[in-house]
Design a protein around this ligand. Structure first.
Ligand code: SAH
Length: 218
């Protein structure tokens, strides 16, 4: 029994290492981001039937028509947000199964994550408990409204595509804060929003494909 378990562990170690090598080849340069991804056992966040595919660089189904984000996108988004600074107090919109929140928690001490589908939130709670990650504060809420009770945030990362930038999220950024969100209904791209003394500065980045940011709770 012990041998079987450690065998699985070894395989996951090796495939995880391969995933990190691939992310490096794809252009991820921030070693702390790579280390954070290497530290999170992605196979524990996906359905058992998909566990063998957990370290492929693909989005995988989570149930409820949602997907766990592709490791490259998680790495890329966090790398952009970390450029030249630490993440600080961070809000994730769209916790899903909790995978990205677990990666964020490797990099900063204050992580809040909101999710609008209750059974997914419950799943995220179980998954984070299973890896003994107790730092992430999960909330059942509509992320379009941000999380006023914990605002402001140095970093906001949105895991679902909005048709326009939610105003509440802009208001909940600290001065010097950064938000990264997928934008668009058909063609989508990542939009970086930085809050500076002179106002909000927007930069359009990569094209992407995310599930839509919806309204209300389920
Ligand atoms: N970050 C997740 C990926 C989840 S996919 C991971 O690492 O696995 C995007 C998630 O955003 C879905 O779970 C979806 O239910 C959620 N979502 C969509 N609109 C939302 C909203 N308005 N507020 C909160 N969560 C939302």
């Amino acid at each position: 029994m012990t041998r079987v378990v450690s065998g699985v562990g070894m395989t996951s170690q090796r495939t995880r290492k391969r995933m990190i090598d691939r992310l490096r080849e794809e252009g991820i340069r921030d070693e702390r981001v790579l280390a954070a991804i290497a530290a999170v056992p992605r196979h524990l966040f996906v359905e058992e039937a998909l566990a063998s595919r957990a370290y492929e660089d693909s989005a995988l189904p989570l149930g409820f028509s949602q997907t766990i984000s592709q490791p490259f996108i998680v790495a890329r988004m966090i790398e952009v947000l970390r450029e030249g600074r630490e993440l600080g107090k961070t809000l994730e919109i769209g916790a899903g199964c909790g995978y990205q929140a677990a990666v964020l928690a490797q990099l900063t001490s204050e992580v809040y994550a909101v999710e609008r589908i209750e059974p997914l939130l419950a799943k995220a709670k179980l998954n984070l408990r299973a890896i003994q990650q107790f730092k992430v504060r999960l909330k059942y809420a509509d992320g379009n409204l941000g999380l006023p009770e914990a605002a402001p945030f140095d970093t906001i990362i949105v895991a679902a595509a909005a048709s326009s930038v939610p105003k509440a999220l802009l208001q909940q950024l600290t001065l010097g804060g950064k938000m990264l969100l997928p934008l668009g209904t058909g063609d989508q791209f990542l939009l970086l929003v930085e809050r500076r003394a002179e106002g909000y500065v927007e930069t359009r980045l990569d094209s992407v494909r995310f599930v839509p940011l919806l309204s209300g709770l389920e």
